[in-house]
Design a protein around this ligand. Structure first.
Ligand SMILES: [Zn+2]
Length: 53
């Protein structure tokens, strides 16, 4: 079960809250900054390795 890499974004204040941090706080889906309960799930930007020339 992969838990890492999931990030939620608060639709109210825009804070990005990693799921690991939510689990530390009891697993409740809740913004850790403003306390708003509506978060959308986002994916962290995938870092692509591009050769810079
Ligand atoms: Zn918030």
């Amino acid at each position: 079960m992969e838990k890492t890499g999931i990030v939620y974004e608060c639709i109210r204040c825009g804070a990005k809250v990693p799921s690991a941090e939510l689990e530390l706080r009891g697993g409740e889906i809740k913004c850790t900054v403003c306390g708003y309960r509506v978060l959308k799930k986002i994916k962290p930007p995938v870092v692509k390795r591009v050769q810079a020339k």
